[in-house]
Design a binder for this molecule. Sequence first.
Ligand code: ATP
Ligand code: LTN
Length: 332
Amino acid sequence: MNKPVVYSGIQPTGIITIGNYIGAITNWLKLQDEYDCIYGIADLHALTVRQVPAEYRARALSFFAQYLASGLDPRKNILYFQSHVHEHAELSWILNCFTYIGEMQRMTQFKDKAAKHTDNLNMGLLDYPVLMAADILLYQAALVPVGADQKQHLEITRDIAIRFNNLYSPTFTVPEAYIGKQGARIFSLQDPSAKMSKSDPDPNGAVSVIEDENSIAGKFRRAVTDSENSVRYDPENKPGISNLMTIMSETGGMTIEEIEKNYRDKGYAVFKNAVAEAVIERLRPIREEYTRLMADKAYLMDIARDGAERAGRIARKTLSKVKRKVGLVELK
Ligand code: ATP
Ligand code: LTN
């Protein structure tokens, strides 16, 4: 590998929304030629909350297929399941011994989740950032595209890497957050002050990339707007309409100005239908490819196996270096 490595992971929980697609996946598609990109389905991470096994297995596979269907090319990127490369868990243990309990207890996500999951306050919740550090450091990733909520985890990853490098000798690349061209932020269709979220309990707030057309049209029809009935971009005073304009512009290719010109006085009903149409058209090939992939599990598994092998090769190299440095006996 000679291009800089980009690593990111996604937990297979909830649904992949058009927010994830517009804000993250379309950025990843632009990176595939310039960087060596590795994307993992973070299926060990999501075990920190209780999952129904059969549903979880199906969802993880479905996420994998949605990534492929969205255009991530398995020949250009390494796409794999975290749990298929056991080096993640192994490095995570070693890094645990270089991470302080206090550091983990200070993590915002831990504090939030600990408050939410009082009935299942397991060690995994506390240890979550160390597993994430292992994900990133195993591949010597230079850049990590993450949302704002994960920046703190990236900081602790850097701290752990620097600590290890200083104690021994340079071992890990110290990664940086990758803030690509600010992908548009997409807000909930039901509450335009909150971001569209893959785990939104209100099914009308978010649209999935593989949703059926009638359902998409219905959600846009019900989208919360204001009563002015004028299509004008004004995120502060008209957050609902402005959000719909962003979605239309990101999926249909028209600029905000063009949308304003075309729809200004057409009324919200007409405009909402047009937004739904743009989204439906953009997602159609993704849904079709997704259906095709899900009907060919053997092919999906071949891609996953190939990804795990390629990821495993890199991971093993880093892990054996780490084991040597900390003084574990090598089997030669
Ligand atoms: P959750 O709501 O469960 O926290 P999420 O929808 O925020 O999940 P993440 O897994 O945290 O999804 O984010 C994956 C990627 O998608 C991140 O890069 C994040 O910046 C991006 N993303 C998530 N939601 C949006 C959104 N509404 N608009 C733009 N980008 C988004
Ligand atoms: N914690 C991240 C998912 C994730 C990740 C990673 C992101 C797991 N491992 C490694 C970047 C790099 C999240 O919840 N979005």
